[in-house]
Design a protein. Structure first.
Length: 223
């Protein structure tokens, strides 16, 4: 760990973790607007690595090539709409199991988290690995069937032809890959607030998230 990584956080960082299609991306964006903070969707970094590997016809199991691709990622690559595709999501979750890929993406994420004023980051391991001392941490979940329906609607709106059944199978496979092993990245930080959104609309979930973060901010400011 470098000296910089050991420095305590002096900016207001909001960590929003959770499984695929839990609504964490939308919630993170709305928190960014509400608290006037920049937002990083860290899934895009893994999606970018996955797509770079597919475009180079590399085997996704090749952790050396994947780590090399991860080291080359820059912010301007993250706006590419193809990163939102189902294919990119699947490739992302396969390259994300490589520890060297995760290591190569650490600096990018920590630098974003440590910018002056603070930031919102959403992903799987923000509250545990990227910013373990973040003053506000949420773990957003919903039942797999609910998440599958949300993701299916998004994909359909983006013009992808896929059945709800296949999206549910994707979600279950990604849950297993992201959280099904001892060393898997996806687990709630011990001090994260759990937000179960299965019975909520996205605006109800975003409101609940804002209230949790407001309370965390008040206590951070007074500490
Ligand atoms: O959140 P999103 O669906 O875009 O993430 C794509 C994949 O990237 C996830 O299934 C997960 O495997 C990986 N990921 C990760 N750690 C993060 C963000 C995403 O392992 N912080």
């Amino acid at each position: 760990m470098s000296d910089r990584e050991r420095e305590p956080l002096t900016s207001f960082v909001v960590a929003v973790d959770g499984p695929a299609a839990s609504g964490k991306g939308t919630i993170a964006k709305q928190l960014g607007e509400a608290f006037d903070l920049p937002v990083l969707d860290t899934g895009l970094l893994y999606r970018c690595v996955g797509m770079a590997m597919l475009n180079a016809h590399e085997d996704l199991e090749n952790h050396e090539a994947a780590a090399a691709a991860a080291a080359l990622i820059t912010a301007d690559q993250l706006d590419d709409p193809t990163l939102r595709s189902r294919r990119a999501g699947e490739a992302a979750s396969r390259v994300a199991v490589h520890e060297r890929v995760r290591g190569a993406l650490l600096d990018f994420q920590r630098t974003f988290a440590r910018q002056e004023g603070g930031a919102v980051l959403d992903g799987r391991d923000i509250g545990t690995v990227i910013a373990p001392d973040a003053p506000a941490k949420l773990f957003v979940t919903a039942r797999p069937e609910v998440r599958a329906e949300r993701r299916w609607k998004q994909l359909k709106a983006a013009g992808e032809r896929v059945s709800l059944k296949d999206v549910l199978a994707d979600i279950r496979r990604r849950d297993e890959r992201d959280g099904g092993r001892d060393a898997a990245p996806m687990r709630p930080a011990a001090d994260a607030t759990l937000l179960e959104t299965s019975e909520m609309s996205i605006s109800q979930a975003a409101d609940a998230a804002r209230r949790i973060v407001e309370a965390a901010r008040a206590s951070w400011l007074s500490s």
